[in-house]
Design a protein around this ligand. Structure first.
Ligand SMILES: [Zn+2]
Ligand SMILES: [Zn+2]
Length: 48
């Protein structure tokens, strides 16, 4: 399990589908609370 924003292994993560292509995106709690930007590895969609 790797966070998509900070690329660190994480146990406390939140998973959600990409709004554009539905690919599963994984983010750790820290990045979520900081609202760090993520990028979908499949379609390149960027979101907060
Ligand atoms: Zn993170
Ligand atoms: Zn996507």
């Amino acid at each position: 399990m790797k966070c998509i924003s900070c690329e660190k292994e994480t146990s406390e993560s939140v998973q959600f589908p990409c709004p554009k292509c539905g690919e599963k995106i994984l983010r750790c709690k820290r990045c979520r609370s900081l609202s760090l930007e993520y990028k979908c590895p499949k379609c390149g969609y960027k979101g907060p």
